[in-house]
Design a protein around this ligand. Structure first.
Ligand SMILES: [Zn+2]
Length: 232
């Protein structure tokens, strides 16, 4: 009976408030949450993160992958903004799922076995998480984990101990100063010898991810990979 009532309730709400794609506004099918398959596949420009990548990666980082090129003032920026500031955590999960399915299809993470690898969403400082209510990188990681099978590290294993100012508009040197010693591995035994996939929303200069890498290296992790939805 309860199930029937729930079904009726959800059918009515779908009728009154049909689910539409957060990007293009077209209606979604039952299996789609926030982003339609057309937008997931063809809306944005793929980022180039392979050989032409001019950013030098730290030694333990064997590669990085960003799905899309960040579009200043465009739909993708709007979407990431909604995730961060309008609490649309489902958008984060959808984005993570898309990144996960593409990286699986393109065999980007072949060197990472499911039992020896953990996903680390870039930690947010406690103060910031309490204000925002959630860590957007965690929801991206959640969708990503569903598609790739890698487990997410528990919250608190690695913490952000420095509540940094926003990095927007900072030069690379300024970003590095700002982010220095921002992270701390609290439970070394959870990561020592493990391979780590760092997950975040946008890769810009890499200052944040690389600072996290430095801290992970101190905790003697294995190889590292950096995965983001977009690259600026
Ligand atoms: Zn769409």
């Amino acid at each position: 009976m309860v199930q029937v009532l729930n079904y009726i309730k959800s059918s009515i709400s779908e009728l009154l408030f049909p689910k539409v794609c957060e990007i293009c506004g077209l209606s979604l099918s039952k299996t789609q949450n926030f982003i339609c398959s057309e937008c997931a596949q063809n809306r944005f420009e793929r980022a180039v993160t392979t050989k032409s990548d001019k950013i030098n990666l730290p030694e333990s980082v064997i590669g990085r992958f960003a799905l899309w090129q960040f579009d200043k003032g465009g739909y993708l920026q709007d979407l990431l903004h909604k995730l961060k500031y309008h609490r649309l955590t489902g958008v984060g999960e959808d984005l993570g799922s898309i990144v996960g399915s593409v990286s699986k299809r393109e065999k980007i993470l072949e060197a990472f076995s499911t039992d020896k690898t953990r996903i680390l969403p870039v930690p947010l400082h406690d103060k910031k998480r309490k204000i925002r209510g959630f860590n957007q990188a965690f929801f991206i990681a959640k969708g990503f984990s569903k598609h790739t099978g890698y487990e997410i590290l528990k919250r608190g294993v690695v913490e952000r101990v420095k509540n940094t100012k926003t990095q927007t508009g900072f030069s690379l040197t300024k970003r590095r100063e700002n982010i220095a010693d921002a992270f701390n591995v609290v439970l070394k035994e959870e990561v020592q010898g493990m391979d780590i996939i760092i997950v975040d929303d946008v890769f810009t200069t890499g200052a944040t991810a690389f600072e996290l890498v430095t801290e992970l290296e101190r905790a003697e992790v294995g190889k590292i990979f950096i995965v983001t939805v977009a690259q600026a």
